[in-house]
Design a protein around this ligand. Structure first.
Ligand code: KIV
Ligand code: ZN
Length: 384
């Protein structure tokens, strides 16, 4: 059966770049934008053009070089923001303006000192104004995760009438449970009368470590766009991580959903973003962490050497990692030692292996990780 496509909206250069210490120069942003386009993302959020002349310039330059993806600029529901974003996007082949406003009672009261009626009017006016400049308008209902569903549905209906093509439903504070976020998306599908005229987008933050789970619940319940960043970087605990969403959909055939991402480029792209932004990828990060395909305990190593699938659900080649790593530590077993010794030319008999293993354990108790360079020395000490 033909799979439904979930669009990938990458916000590494906007929400990701908001992280303290991650600020990039235009030149570096261009390198990342080009790579994201090549990776197969559908939309690149290139920046928040009104925020600074530098960001404006980055959106202008990115718009000139991106060949396939839509290029998007963020705005508040403010005329000047929209005009500046439209100007910055004028060279884009597929420009998108991303405008919106906070819709939760908390945002309405504390950020805007306003009321629902006024917020609804501002939302409609922003979309109508943006529509004068470009066709593709994404509306975000900031803090939708904590917004009353009836009001959210009303806002969605009215902004679609005003011309919005995509409805972004952000869990801005990363508060929602997956079941709750999924129900919210379903509620909109069932209660916004003109919902067939727009795509629902998930934009989840990771404050409780639920960003990917929430986005997946969102698409299971009918959303067809996910907003994410490479390595999950972003405000506070970050955004939904692109590589996780792509691989969850790819590994779970039964969902009948897929993306346009070339997953073989994921690892290299992750490394590139990490280096340019100066943000290390935690070793245990799903999909792209240095330990994601490393096995160090004896039981797991024995299984993986017999058949990779015993302890790996993803083929490392599918995400651009050369091969699984069998790491030698004091928790490793004979199978791993024999495997690694054979890799560097020592085909040990069972008796030889027993002897080398005893020496190996003494060595491994002192040194955290035993490398290929250490093995000849250990073998020599074993007197075999
Ligand atoms: O998290 C959020 O709500 C956002 C919006 C500005 C889209 O980043
Ligand atoms: Zn965000």
């Amino acid at each position: 059966m033909q799979k439904d496509t979930v669009k990938i909206f990458d916000t590494t250069l906007r929400d990701g770049e908001q992280v303290p210490g991650c600020k990039l120069e235009t030149k570096q942003k261009l390198v990342i934008a080009e790579r994201l386009d090549y990776l197969g993302v559908d939309i690149i959020e290139a920046g928040f053009p009104i925020s600074s002349p530098g960001d404006f310039n980055s959106v202008v330059e990115i718009s000139k070089i991106v060949k396939n993806a839509s290029v998007c600029g963020l705005t508040r529901a403010v005329k000047k923001d929209i005009e500046v974003a439209a100007e910055s996007l004028k060279n884009a082949i597929k420009p998108r303006i991303h405008t919106g406003i906070g819709t939760s009672d908390s945002h309405i009261k504390h950020k805007f000192n306003s009321n629902r009626k006024d917020i609804l009017e501002r939302a409609i006016a922003a979309v109508k104004y943006a529509k004068k400049f470009v066709d593709d308008i994404e509306f975000y209902a900031e803090d939708a995760g904590r917004t009353d569903n009836d009001f959210l549905a009303l806002v969605c209906e009215k902004v679609i009438d005003a011309g919005a093509t995509v409805l972004n439903i952000p869990d801005t504070t990363g508060y929602c449970l997956p079941s709750e976020y999924g129900k919210k998306i379903k509620y909109l599908i069932n209660n916004v009368p003109n919902i067939d005229k727009a795509i629902i987008s998930c934009h989840c933050h990771n404050d409780l470590g639920l960003a990917t789970a929430n986005s997946i619940e969102g698409v299971i319940n009918g959303a067809r766009q996910v907003e994410c960043t490479m390595n999950g970087i972003g405000e506070r605990a970050g955004n939904t991580s692109l590589e996780e969403v792509v691989m969850v959909l790819r590994q779970h055939n039964e969902l009948n959903l897929d993306t346009n991402i070339n997953s073989k480029l994921l690892y290299d792209t992750s490394q590139m973003v990490s280096e340019l932004m100066g943000m290390i990828v935690q070793p245990n990060k799903a999909i792209v962490g240095s330990n994601a395909f490393a096995h160090s305990s004896g039981i797991h190593q024995d299984g993986v050497i017999k058949n990779r699938e015993t302890y790996e659900i993803i083929n490392p080649h599918d995400v651009g990692v050369n091969e699984s790593a069998i790491v030698l530590t004091a928790r490793s077993g004979r199978a791993a030692l024999a495997f690694r010794a054979k890799n560097i030319g020592y085909d040990l008999t069972k008796i030889q292996l027993d002897k080398v293993y005893n020496e190996f354990l003494k060595f491994a108790d002192i040194k955290k990780e035993v490398t290929d360079n250490d093995l000849p020395h250990i073998i020599k000490l074993s007197n075999i």
